[in-house]
Design a protein around this ligand. Structure first.
Ligand SMILES: NC(=O)c1ccc[n+]([C@@H]2O[C@H](COP(=O)([O-])OP(=O)(O)OC[C@H]3O[C@@H](n4cnc5c(N)ncnc54)[C@H](O)[C@@H]3O)[C@@H](O)[C@H]2O)c1
Length: 220
């Protein structure tokens, strides 16, 4: 993430942990946050509490290198990635209480200027709700100092470590500034189908290899 050295990832599940591990593999200090003791304990041992190809190697390497750790408490960070569940309520509306709980942890840590990127699958209005919710807790901030954006994740289980890096992304911010900042920050490490992206970047953590057209990926 351009010039960002410390990221907190809230929710270390199928989306949050791979995201945390990829960012950590690029040298960013990533502090993961989860409410589930089994998850926090596993990550701090360099282990993964579920099955996803290639994720284990990334997590164990990042924990050994000291770039990835997990805790129950939200730390101070320059950027926050929110990847908590967004299940349906009984009336088929989305339950945003997990996003609000994540915001409860983030709000007291904000100094102004941080990015908060919602990656959870969310209905229209959820990003605005997150912004309003944070602002209600931190009325000293405003839309210039609280940079909230949505970047929905669309990866397929089983291909997450590839698709996190190679899928094109949609990023939308509360303001043009938060859109630009989020887009610029994500592009460095999760470049989508940028023609300069090489397949080896994701699998081996180093440049090289051949360019892989998107269609070829889909047909594998
Ligand atoms: N899994 C997928 O394939 C996939 C694909 C695209 C989008 N999504 C979306 O990504 C979001 C996350 O999904 P997932 O599959 O990673 O869910 P998950 O259940 O695997 O992980 C969510 C994690 O968040 C933790 N959590 C819950 N409340 C928390 C809180 N207040 N603070 C910190 N951690 C908390 C849980 O303990 C869990 O470890 C959802 O909105 C989902 O719809 C998932």
């Amino acid at each position: 993430m351009n010039n960002i050295k410390e990221v907190a990832v809230i929710g270390l599940g199928y989306i949050g942990l791979p995201t945390a591990a990829i960012l950590a593999s690029k040298g960013i200090t990533v502090k993961g946050v989860d409410v589930t003791p089994r998850t926090v304990e596993a990550v701090n041992k360099g282990e993964v509490p579920f099955v996803e190809p290639a994720l284990g190697e990334f997590v164990s390497a990042a924990v050994a290198a000291g770039t990835l750790s997990a805790s129950f408490d939200t730390p101070e960070a320059e950027a926050y990635i929110v990847a908590v569940p967004t299940p349906f309520n009984d009336d088929y509306t989305a339950d945003l209480s997990y996003i609000e709980a994540a915001a409860d942890g983030i709000a007291p840590k904000l100094k102004g200027g941080e990015l908060v990127i919602l990656e959870s699958t969310s209905p229209p209005g959820a990003t605005q709700h997150l912004f309003d919710y944070l602002l209600a807790k931190r009325p000293d901030l405003n839309k210039d100092s609280l940079l909230v954006a949505h970047c929905p994740e669309r990866v397929l289980p089983g291909y997450v470590m590839e698709e996190l890096v190679t899928n094109d992304r949609i990023v939308g911010g509360i303001t043009p500034g938060s859109s630009r900042q989020s887009q610029g920050s994500l592009r460095d490490f999760l470049p989508g189908s940028d023609p300069h992206h090489r397949r080896d970047d994701c699998r081996n953590g180093k440049a090289g290899g051949e360019l892989v057209p998107r269609r070829q990926y889909r047909l594998r």
